[in-house]
Write a protein that binds this ligand. Structure first.
Ligand code: IVH
Length: 701
């Protein structure tokens, strides 16, 4: 197989059981798996197995420092932080490419005409052969291998002098640290370091979380290119490694010349194939193209795929394939005459903010959206861009009238990247979320520790009605057989229903009128609706779709309160008395039942004939430990912690994991540690198991 040949090692001279032999074998095996995983995208062993081999190699190298080498896979992450980067003079300058800004087909036509003219070709001469490549949107890198070992990675800089970023580049798993035995003594590979879009989104998501948790000096990144460039320029390679960068090879720099034993390449394509055979990633889209028509076809085909690629490209590159012709054509001012970059419409543009609206999602989540002066970006006209949430909108400080950079890349929804503050002309106020849902007027809540604001009018809100209806009619809730996604969609779209009770007001007539609805199905649905009216209190409660209130909570509520009215009128404190209901759920329940619209919908449902059995509330009998909060620590003599917890909860008490001023008792067993100290410091009562058992037996206070 090509891949195993690629990294095949000469037979280890040392005994394979000896340290040098084992180290060699481990390095070869790890390189092989890394190549399969990172370049070929065909993982061949589980991650855990890779980690095991990696740790074995690390341990062996630690025990035998004299056997450590720079090309070992362990060296991808071991570098020490630098004070600054050293300068590197490129042996052969790093050129740039002339850019064809005409994004239409004529861009390719112009280039081909120029090439033909330079080469003195007549119209009757055959088409010029080109290699068409992607133009990756990252940063150029030169990788220098001496005797097959990666010795230096340098940025482009001004083309003459770049920076030595070797440590950071070693962390890129797609870049071989060592070349196979047939590679020349001196070999510079040139290509692009970039960040995949999914890695970019994940990085920004991590950044947003850090910021939400109050981390200082953190920010989100504008685009994958900036995030990649920032990663390459980290002084500490550990940070560079976190960026999870990637690489594509597209050319070469200095190479041992053929008369000194180096390879003789005839064409650019041959050169790329060789790089590929040595383990470098070369984009699969690379293709031969003959004359302008095939260049145009390539530009168009890639333009169609652009959104689906996992990374950003800003164009394609055409290169004359024959190296002899390349030499004949030469350069003008640092740009080869034999290559051109043919662009696509930009994925970032400037525009102005006409307002900030609020979108309410199917689940009630509120998203601030910037309304924009229409702008053509990433191939479509964009008029809206998400600001994600309140924190994000404030951090970017987007305001009415601002000039902003909008980005639309791939099928990712358009986003406001940043504001050009020096262009701010209006004195508009800072953004804040409305207190009421713009769709239904219910209270908007943001839970502790969450970034999102939500509408609490789940039963009434138009934005959430499909979701609410589907939730209500599912089997685990009141169950209306035969009422699925499509039918709900149809009923809502045709305005036959807008809230839940409307469902029960639909007669056979209205249903039978629907497209694709046979009389028989309409009859069945009417029957199913009738049947669903006889339900249980837990099913009904669960069906209301109250945030954080799952089936377990619904059952607990029904058992504890017995009657719906008692639940609808309970306070947060009273909800907290229910076993397994904590502060977040209690608050969510209270908020939900406080919304007049939600209450009205519930009343209407009852009026439509929904019924269930009610019972006496279990909570009327006050329990021994009602309202008391316990923390358990250390080992108790007889009870396990789980047993103790269960018995406390059964007696109406709560068990919490940490001691605070609100703790009533700390139950301490043997070897109690910091919790005991904290309880003593706060003056919380400390009791042992015997005292707990006494409390459990005591009559309610
Ligand atoms: S070739 C001799 N090929 O675009 C020309 N460059 O200004 C040397 N780039 O700095 C570059 N994709 O960072 C070449 N397939 C590709 C490329 C590519 C992206 C970048 C590169 C260079 C810039 C051109």
């Amino acid at each position: 197989m090509a891949t195993s040949d690629l990294f095949a090692q000469p037979e280890p001279q040392a005994d394979p059981a000896s340290a040098p032999g084992r180290i060699k074998a481990l390095r070869a095996e790890l390189d092989l798996h890394a190549h399969r995983y990172y370049v070929l995208d065909e993982p061949s062993i589980p991650d855990a197995e890779y980690d095991r081999l990696f740790r074995e190699l690390q341990a062996l190298e630690a025990a035998h420092p004299e056997l450590q080498t720079a090309d070992s896979p362990t060296q991808r992450v071991g570098g020490k932080p630098l004070g600054q980067f050293a300068q590197v003079r490129h042996r052969l300058p790093m050129l740039s490419i002339r850019t064809e800004t005409d994004t239409e087909a004529s861009g390719a036509q112009n280039f081909d005409s120029r090439v033909r003219k330079e080469l003195g070709l007549a119209e009757s001469d055959p088409a010029v052969e080109y290699v068409a490549e992607l133009k990756f949107d990252g940063l150029a890198m030169s990788l220098r291998y001496e005797n097959g070992i990666l010795v230096q990675a340098a940025t482009r800089g001004d083309g003459e002098i770049g920076e030595d970023v070797t440590q950071n580049i070693r962390t890129i798993r797609q870049i071989p640290l060592r070349l196979p035995a047939d590679a020349p003594a001196i070999m510079e590979v040139r290509g692009e370091v970039y960040m995949r879009r999914d890695e970019f989104e994940a990085l920004n998501e991590r950044q947003r979380e850090k910021i939400a948790q109050g981390a200082k000096g953190e920010r989100t990144f504008v685009n994958p290119r900036n995030a990649a460039a920032g990663g390459v320029r980290q002084l500490d390679p550990a940070y560079a490694a976190e960026r999870r960068l990637s690489f594509f090879a597209y050319g070469v720099g200095e190479i041992t010349p053929p008369d000194q034993g180096g390879p003789a390449f005839d064409s650019h394509l041959q050169l790329l194939m060789t790089l590929k055979s040595w383990g470098f990633p070369v984009a699969a889209q690379t293709a031969l193209a003959h004359g302008a028509p095939e260049l145009i076809a390539f530009h168009q085909a890639i333009g169609q795929q652009r959104d689906k690629l996992p990374y950003d490209i800003d164009g394609v590159v055409y290169k004359v394939n024959s190296l002899a012709l390349q030499r004949r054509m030469g350069f003008i001012s640092r740009e080869p005459r034999w290559a051109v970059a043919h662009k696509y419409p930009a994925q970032e543009q400037l525009t102005t903010v006409l307002g900030i609206g609020i979108q309410v999602g199917r689940t009630g989540k509120l998203t601030p959206v910037a309304k924009l002066a229409p702008v053509f970006v990433g191939g479509v006209t964009v008029t809206n861009a998400t600001l994600h949430n309140e924190d994000e909108a404030r951090r970017k400080d987007v305001r009415l009238g601002d000039t902003v950079i909008v980005r639309r890349a791939g099928d990712v929804i358009p986003e406001v990247v940043s504001v050009l503050l020096d262009k701010r002309v209006m004195d508009a106020p800072q953004f804040s979320m409305p207190g009421q849902c713009p769709v239904c007027g219910s209270a908007v809540v943001r839970e502790e520790g969450e970034v999102d604001h939500r509408c609490s009018g789940g039963l009434f809100c138009r934005a959430q009605r499909k979701q609410a209806i589907l939730h209500f009619v599912q089997r685990r809730a009141v169950e209306v057989e035969g009422l699925g996604d499509k039918l709900v969609e149809q009923l809502v779209e045709e305005k036959l229903i807008s809230t839940l009770p409307d469902l029960y007001r639909l007669g056979f007539g209205a249903l039978a009128q629907l497209d694709r609805m046979a009389d028989k199905s309409a009859q069945n649905l009417v029957k199913a609706l009738e049947k669903s009216k006889h339900t249980t209190l837990p099913k009904f409660l669960f069906g209301l779709g109250i945030r954080h209130a799952g089936e377990g909570t619904a059952k607990g509520l029904a058992r504890h309160f017995g009657k719906l009215d008692a639940i609808m009128n309970a306070t947060e404190e009273e909800f907290l008395q229910v076993p397994d209901i904590g502060p977040i759920v209690a608050k969510s329940l209270f908020t939900f039942f406080s919304q007049p619209h939600n209450r009205e919908v519930i009343e209407q449902l009852r009026a439509c004939g929904l019924t269930w059995e009610e019972s006496e509330p279990a909570a009327i009998v006050a329990k021994a430990l009602s309202g008391k909060t316990f923390v358990i620590t250390g080992t108790l003599p007889a009870l396990s912690r789980e047993d103790a917890k269960e018995r406390i909860e059964a007696a109406g008490g709560k068990v919490s994991g940490s001691v605070s001023k609100k703790t009533d008792y700390l139950v301490a067993g043997a070897e109690a540690g910091s919790k005991l100290e904290k309880a003593q410091a706060l003056g919380v009562a400390v009791i042992d198991e015997a005292a707990l058992l006494a409390l459990l037996d005591a009559p309610p206070a």
